[in-house]
Write a protein that binds this ligand. Structure first.
Ligand code: ZN
Length: 379
């Protein structure tokens, strides 16, 4: 839209001599613009959710009030301080999530550093898991989604929308630590592969890596109780599936950060964030060496909600201040390398669904309104 407006302004400007020349140039820039649109590169997506992982740790690194507290840690204090502490904030956050702060920040975009005036929030009023995921993947805040119950979500989501597009049928898959995700995304309605706690990936030609990942999840203790498996198992299953089946869109839903947060185990919470950073690094490196994914895959990372400050860090929900505060990372061939975004703006979690669709060149519509995409995520 910018180019036609420019023509109008120039025609009304006193610089008539230049007008013809500029019109000519603009004509070519319009042609270039449309052919550029056809060169939209993203064909695949890796979508990562980190349940209840705070923006405070992402942008500021380990919180001294929590890291040095006896109450919230069980690991040897010298060891955990060595792993995650540095007086300088930038060094500290890099120690915690090195792939994010050495790679994503250089080639992608990171929204949500409130210290810089860049805000990302959930729009829903509940500030917990199921409403957060529903808002994110439906692109819509439905006040009726107000529990973590296993109720089939009546709202259409962007993953099933993509699964219905040409070339994407059966190639949109989900691996989740938490079992309720199968109901949030309504697996019964769309029949997509949504692999959850306790479930093996099935098929006639499983690779040795897939068989191993299936088996491993049953060897782990149920440290988080029924319905939630450790993230390392979820990642192994997703990773093995990607290497075996070349899916187009993969949603990996991690849960350990929220579980350790509720248990008040800050060292484990940090360890999990650190290890997810390593999982994403290894997966990204694999994708960039594989011609099926290389230079045509976009990675997105976000949480479903935030957590409280100080001693309230263990909790979230409408009664816990700040637990509606989130963030968004985007890395891919169509996304300008803006790094840590410093623009003063307000983004909402319900904009993520349309962003996921637009990056693939689709416009997401459903049986409910859908919020617009995050505006600078595409060239
Ligand atoms: Zn929680």
């Amino acid at each position: 839209m910018r180019n036609p407006i420019l023509i109008f302004e120039l025609n009304n400007s006193p610089f008539k001599l230049f007008t013809m020349k500029i019109k000519f140039l603009l004509f070519f820039s319009l042609i270039w613009g449309s052919s550029y649109a056809q060169q939209h590169k993203t064909k695949k997506e890796i979508i990562v959710l980190m349940d209840g992982y705070r923006w405070q740790e992402l942008f500021r690194g380990a919180d001294s009030a929590l890291l040095f507290s006896k109450k919230y840690n069980s690991q040897d204090s010298t060891w955990r301080v060595q792993k995650y502490w540095a007086a300088d904030e930038k060094t500290r956050r890099e120690k915690l999530m090195p792939f994010v702060w050495n790679h994503i920040v250089k080639e992608g975009q990171i929204y949500g550093n409130r210290d810089l005036g860049n805000f990302v929030n959930v729009k829903n009023k509940y500030w917990f898991s199921e409403p957060g995921r529903s808002e994110t993947f439906c692109g819509y805040y439905d006040p009726m989604i107000n529990s973590n119950d296993k109720i089939n979500n009546p709202n259409g989501n962007v993953l099933e929308f993509i699964n219905m597009q040409k070339g994407y049928k059966g190639k949109v898959v989900t691996f989740s630590s938490w079992d309720a995700v199968a109901w949030i995304l309504n697996r019964e309605r769309n029949g997509m592969l949504i692999n959850i706690y306790g479930e093996d990936v099935k098929g006639p030609n499983l690779t040795p890596l897939q068989k191993e990942a299936n088996a491993m999840q049953h060897y782990e203790a149920d440290i988080f109780g029924q319905g939630e498996r450790p993230d390392a198992n979820t990642f192994s299953l997703a990773n093995a599936y990607i290497k075996a089946s070349d899916p187009n869109v993969v949603y990996i839903d991690f849960g350990d950060t929220d579980e350790f947060g509720h248990e008040g185990r800050y060292d484990m919470y940090l360890d999990n964030a650190h290890k997810i950073d390593a999982m994403i690094r290894d997966l990204w490196n694999y994708l960039q060496q594989n011609p099926f994914y290389k230079n045509q895959t976009t990675l997105m990372i976000f949480p479903d909600h935030g957590r409280g400050n100080g001693d309230e860090w263990t909790s979230h929900g409408s009664k816990i201040a700040h637990s509606n505060e989130t963030y968004l990372m985007v890395l891919g061939p169509d996304t300008p390398a803006l790094g840590e975004v410093k623009t003063q703006e307000q983004i909402y979690q319900d904009q993520i669904a349309q962003t996921i669709a637009n990056l693939l060149g689709f416009h997401f519509t459903a049986n409910h309104p859908v919020a617009a995409s995050v505006k600078n995520t595409m060239k």
